[in-house]
Design a binder for this molecule. Structure first.
Ligand SMILES: [Mg+2]
Length: 279
């Protein structure tokens, strides 16, 4: 079945916004290569933010928009849009492949109300997307997580930036056979959704709802599982202030094994994550 056969109105809006973001950031990358990385990042983020706002305005959308770069309301604000205009701006500005635009639309200010989501790779234009109850897709193809794997054989990505919480992950890191860090939470989660990697862990307590909401919805529609702040399928408020500790996996068995390896030190992890949040 082709995506055009199943894509509904909400997904079509998300595709249009994502394609406009991609066009605008590729223009910036082509025309502003002279900029220092820090300034290039600022220009890229602003350009992506504006592309989404313009797309929604042109479509006459009625939405509360919660974006990493700011919040605004269009029309009566009937739906809720949670947006990271660019996830992985540092990668993008430095020419490292992994960067996306991530957008989810919800009927409530919570992840549980999500109706549709897209995570589009900005370099390739590949789009991971999902609609409630209709499964998850990569372009025209249905995606699903990988089959059962133990930590020893699995490919696991862990965000260990600013690693003050690393002790809680020590046993997992020693046991894991294949570790990766991509610098882009949304693509890491979509890789779990599509079976490219088996699990993604972010225990910093610093992951934002804007980074993760769209990809978590896609992962769930694909059949993957996750734990937020220690609770299975925990809901998430779609606000700029929301921060989460996340373990996502292809299967319940792998998720349970990861949690058992973290478990002994979960007290440490919680205190460290709380401390990070207060900084
Ligand atoms: Mg961002």
């Amino acid at each position: 079945m082709f995506q055009s056969d199943v894509k509904g109105e909400q997904a079509s809006i998300l595709f249009e916004a994502a394609e406009n973001v991609r066009r605008s950031v590729l223009d910036v990358l082509r025309e502003r290569r002279d900029l220092e990385v820090k300034e290039l990042k600022r220009v890229l983020d602003l350009s992506a933010h504006n592309a989404i706002r313009e797309t929604l305005s042109n479509l006459g959308a009625s939405m509360n928009v919660v974006s990493e770069e700011g919040e605004y309301t269009l029309g009566g604000g009937e739906a809720h849009l949670i947006v990271d205009p660019i996830d992985g701006t540092t990668n993008l500005a430095r020419g490292v492949g992994y960067a996306t635009t991530s957008i989810a639309i919800s009927e409530t200010p919570y992840l549980s109300g999500t109706l549709a989501a897209i995570v589009m790779e900005l370099n390739s234009g590949l789009a991971y997307w999902a609609e409630r109850g209709k499964g998850a897709w990569l372009g025209d193809s249905r995606i699903k997580p990988s089959g059962p794997a133990g930590v020893k054989d699995a490919m696991i990505s862990i965000d260990i930036s600013k690693g003050s919480y690393l002790r809680s992950l020590e046993r997992l890191i020693y046991k894991a056979g294949h570790l990766r860090q991509l610098g882009c939470a949304s693509i890491s989660l979509c890789h779990v959704a599509s079976g490219r990697i088996d699990a993604h862990i972010d225990y910093r307590g610093a992951l934002r709802a804007t980074d993760a909401a769209a990809a978590l919805f896609i992962l769930k529609e694909a059949g993957g599982v996750y734990i937020i702040d220690g609770a299975m399928d925990n809901d998430l408020m779609l606000s700029r202030g929301s921060r989460l500790r996340l373990v996502a996996a292809s299967s319940q068995g792998l998720l349970d094994e990861i949690m058992s390896l973290i478990g002994e030190r979960q007290g440490f992890a919680f205190r460290e994550a709380t401390k990070t949040r207060e900084l």
